[in-house]
Design a protein around this ligand. Structure first.
Ligand code: SAM
Length: 243
């Protein structure tokens, strides 16, 4: 059992998780952006704006947006003049992102198919590393965090936004009901895909608590780690520095 990892509420072999996560995002790629708006009532846009404000991308900084999917975070950082590489393990997600960038006339982004656990970049390459709603889908989170640390330059900063567990009384129950009952139904109605959205909800519950994840970030070598809670921890922005 020890080498099993979570895929939603199931425990599966690591290779199986990677394969099934790949299938989820290939299935949802074309509807991903519409679904994000539908599921969060548009709030994901505000969280992403807030996240990028925290990252403070500077003109000409080299930033790796890991698990960057269809480019939401990268577009915001490129608008501030940063040189952004959007990396994701799933080419279907990247393809949607490349089309969106062309439609919006955004150039200057690089797109690269990469596994967060085994990056092809040399050590000390990037000024900042961002990963938004991606890390909980990675099979070996500790490996991905060590790779993030390796590819950052000394003085580089790590920023991660991920769903978590809210501690607001009353809201927790509503949130649980919403994510387990309504999210999969919305997935069925809009994307004809109940299972993928059931996985996305379950994967949130299996993700380590914010203080546990912060410890994992420190174990990977980061210092001055911090967690900023949104909606009582339903969404968390984690940060840390490489020295
Ligand atoms: N960051 C984007 C956003 O916020 O809209 C996309 C987030 S989406 C929920 C999660 C992304 O993580 C997917 O595009 C998926 O392919 C990617 N992903 C999952 N496992 C990965 C891995 N091991 N390495 C790189 N990307 C991964």
């Amino acid at each position: 059992m020890t080498d099993k990892v979570s895929f939603g509420y199931e425990d599966v072999a690591p290779d199986e998780k990677t394969r099934r996560v790949g299938a989820v995002f290939s299935n949802v790629a074309r509807k991903y952006d519409v679904m994000n708006d539908a599921m969060s009532g548009g709030m994901h846009r505000l969280w992403k704006d807030r996240f990028v404000k925290r990252v403070k991308p500077q003109p000409h900084e080299a930033i790796l947006d890991m698990a960057g999917g269809t480019g939401d975070i990268a577009f915001r950082m490129a608008a501030r003049g940063a040189e952004v590489v959007v990396a994701d393990i799933n080419q279907d997600m990247l393809d949607v992102g490349i089309e969106r960038a062309m439609e919006r006339g955004i150039d200057g982004l690089s797109w690269s198919c990469q596994n967060a656990e085994t990056l092809t970049y040399p050590s000390n390459t990037f000024d900042a590393y961002t990963i938004v709603f991606g890390i909980r889908n990675v099979t070996h989170i500790d490996k991905a965090l060590r790779e993030a640390h390796r590819v950052l330059k000394p003085g580089g900063r790590f920023y991660c936004m991920e769903f978590g567990t809210t501690d607001w009384p009353g809201f927790k129950e509503i949130y649980d009901l919403y994510s387990h009952q309504i999210m999969p139904k919305l997935g069925k109605a809009i994307a004809d895909d109940e299972e993928s959205y059931r996985y996305l909800a379950e994967s949130i519950r299996r993700f380590p608590l914010a203080h546990e994840f912060e410890r994992m970030i420190r174990d990977a070598g980061f210092v001055n780690t911090r967690v900023e809670k949104i909606l009582g921890g339903a969404v968390n922005i984690h940060s840390g520095w490489k020295i």
